[in-house]
Ligand binder design. Sequence first.
Ligand code: C2E
Ligand code: CA
Ligand code: CA
Ligand code: CA
Length: 280
Amino acid sequence: AKSGGGNVVAGYHARMREGLVERLELESDLRAAVENGDLRLHYQPLVDLASSQVIGFEALVRWPHPTRGMINPLDFIPIAEATGLIVPLGRWVLHEACRQAVEWSTAAGGRPLKMSVNVSVRQFDRADLSEVVAAVLAETGMPADRLCLEMTESVLMTDTDANLEQLVRLKALGLTLAIDDFGTGYSSLAYLRRFPVDTLKIDRSFVERLGVIADDTALTDTIVRLGKSLGMATVAEGIEEFGQLAALREMGCGFAQGYYFSRPVPAAEAGRLFLEGAAV
Ligand code: C2E
Ligand code: CA
Ligand code: CA
Ligand code: CA
């Protein structure tokens, strides 16, 4: 039993080392990918529920790894955050998404295109974020009011003066701010009164159980009403079925995303979708 235990421990250390080596490898690969411009953006259509038209996209980063295949953002964003790589990565995402939005909008005869970009806590905590965003808007010619920055509740919830000032600086650029994954974070809603937020993105976990679990249906309805009463837009995430769409329309939710309409797609396909201008 003793030697068996020893083997277990040795095996454990070997696995730890493997895990560490793999992590370090991923880290240096990611650094190279960011430096060499090897990351890609996919775009998920944002649908206006009143007209059923695609009015814009959410930019979602992808990492086509030379040997590991496509790596999911949930597997490398945490590494990017831990290493600080999220800062150059996030700037690249912002720039590429805005550049692409301007290109598509121009190709569609100037039809406005709303582009939504995810901003992580690490980016938000940097004092120069609003200067970075301002520079990207100037570089790409993106009209500020067509850009939406998505942040999770955890970013916004720390109700400090520094956070408020950061949000005010961003708002002063003329862009819109959305709370991502709304309803999954904290229970206090006090910050909604204080912070200049424009949009609530209702988390997929609520939408998933619409019509199935009464409590989730009631919660979604409440979030839509809350948004309305605060003069905020509501976007439902993760619509996969017609029943969910029908329920959200009934509630008066303004906008939606989800596989029901389209998965996130590569740039060429997203450009076509927008240019066709067809209702989905
Ligand atoms: P998120 O911001 O909540 O993005 C929505 C995620 O849900 C995306 O996953 C999208 O592909 C997925 N999704 C959309 N519609 C449906 C649906 O109908 N059903 C299901 N099951 N899933 C759906 P993805 O692209 O893997 O991104 C995961 C997360 O990674 C994002 O969650 C976001 O938090 C983060 N992320 C992605 N791109 C960026 C980025 O450029 N910067 C930062 N900071 N984070 C990013
Ligand atoms: Ca998002
Ligand atoms: Ca989300
Ligand atoms: Ca999410």
